[in-house]
Design a binder for this molecule. Structure first.
Ligand code: FE
Ligand code: FE
Length: 180
């Protein structure tokens, strides 16, 4: 496909995101199932619901444009999800797995944030303010999810993962050292 105009690039990038979101829709339930932390499970389930909304917003934009949503496979998302799957196939301590799932999910969110930031900007340039607004809403939700994952990781999950594999004695020592 030849891309001669910014509008064509805009549609191409929207298709990339459409494919990415649909791949995430399939991956998120598996990630929620694999997570041990109830908070992390919830975060994935909540984002699954948001992701359904992201697809709907894209459907609406494609309708307005009179363009087909399908026709592109987002290889980057395919790769990110593939890496996440590799983690699930390994023998990983549950808390370490949770930390790894957060890392995988944050890579996905950052990919989406980059994509939505670009198409939001193109939509504005092309005078498509309504779509720009919808894309900004999705961008905000991806950003909020990323922040929520950081908070979960930093407040509990990374710390639990750090303690996996340590003996009680080592953990006690560490707490004592931190306490001094
Ligand atoms: Fe999304
Ligand atoms: Fe997302």
């Amino acid at each position: 496909m030849q891309l001669a105009t910014l509008r064509e690039l805009y549609v191409d990038e929207l298709r990339d995101l459409y494919s990415a979101e649909n791949q995430i829709l399939k991956a998120l339930p598996k990630m929620a199932k694999a997570a041990s932390s109830a908070h992390l499970k919830n975060a994935f389930q909540e984002h699954l619901e948001q992701t359904k909304g992201h697809v709907q917003r894209l459907d609406k934009i494609f309708d307005e444009l009179g363009a087909r949503a399908k026709g592109k496979k987002c290889r980057a998302m395919e790769g990110l999800i593939e890496e996440g799957k590799e983690l699930l196939e390994k023998d990983v301590e549950p808390d370490v797995l949770d930390a790894g799932l957060i890392a995988a999910a944050q890579k996905v969110e950052h990919y989406e944030m980059a994509g939505y930031g670009c198409v939001r900007t193109y939509a504005k340039l092309l005078g498509d303010d309504q779509s720009a607004e919808l894309l900004q809403e999705t961008l905000n939700e991806e950003g909020e999810t990323d922040e929520k994952l950081t908070e979960l990781a930093e407040s509990t999950i990374n710390l639990k993962a750090m303690h996996d594999g340590q003996s009680d004695e080592e953990q006690k020592q560490e707490i004592e050292t931190v306490g001094t």
